[in-house]
Ligand binder design. Structure first.
Ligand SMILES: [Zn+2]
Ligand SMILES: [Zn+2]
Length: 210
């Protein structure tokens, strides 16, 4: 049996169960808890391969595969980077960068994620530091001067978000998705790739048994 056929056979077994689980609101991680290590690795690398192959790494992320899989993938890729298959080291680097930048929100297929700014609670403003939010300067009520810093508003645009109330993270920038996709294009779906996945699967399964 060819390596890709081994992976696809395992994926097929999981997919049948996941379709039902998914309709019941379970995550793929939850479904995979009931499967062997070989099934889990086949599913993680298989999904990654097909998502990136068809749409690019940002589609893998915006379709929420990344959020569910990255902890597993980091573990497998750390193990995989010890083997002779050099591309695993670059994949590991990419997953590390992504997981450091990942904010837990939903990303679009451009790699942007908008989350509410914590510093201002989504308001976009913060109390003016010059007048402490009062809008006026001086303690004597008769002597109050309008605060020049905030123009008497008492608030200034939030430093964190620049006044938008949102933090936008840009995953495209941090991993250079275009370059990644063209590199991945040269290894995905090759027999060396599937061979490396199957070798990793077998090695880790042996480790797990011992
Ligand atoms: Zn002020
Ligand atoms: Zn803010």
């Amino acid at each position: 049996m060819k390596n890709i056929e081994k992976v696809e056979a395992l994926m097929k077994e999981v997919s049948g169960v996941w379709q039902i689980d998914c309709a019941n609101g379970k995550t793929l991680s939850e479904t995979l808890e009931g499967f062997s290590l070989a099934h889990r690795i086949a599913m993680r690398f298989g999904n990654f391969n097909y998502q990136v192959y068809n749409g690019g790494i940002l589609v893998y992320i915006s379709n929420r595969y990344f959020a569910d899989a990255y902890e597993d993938m980091l573990y497998y890729l750390k193990k995989g980077a010890e083997t002779d298959y050099a591309p695993f080291a670059r994949l590991l680097e990419t997953f590390q960068t992504l997981s450091e930048t990942y904010s837990g929100g939903d990303y679009d297929d451009k790699g942007n994620c908008r989350t509410r700014c914590d510093a201002c609670d989504g308001d976009g403003t913060e109390d003016c530091i010059t007048c402490g939010g009062l809008g006026v300067l001086g303690d004597d009520e008769n002597d109050n001067l309008s605060c020049g810093m905030c123009g008497g508003d008492g608030s200034t645009p939030c430093d964190e978000c620049g006044g938008s109330g949102e933090i936008v993270s840009d995953l495209w920038e941090c991993i250079n998705a275009d370059e990644f996709d063209s590199w991945y294009d040269t290894i995905c779906d090759t027999d060396e790739y599937w061979c490396a996945v199957v070798t990793l699967m077998e090695r880790l399964a042996t480790e797990e048994r011992n």
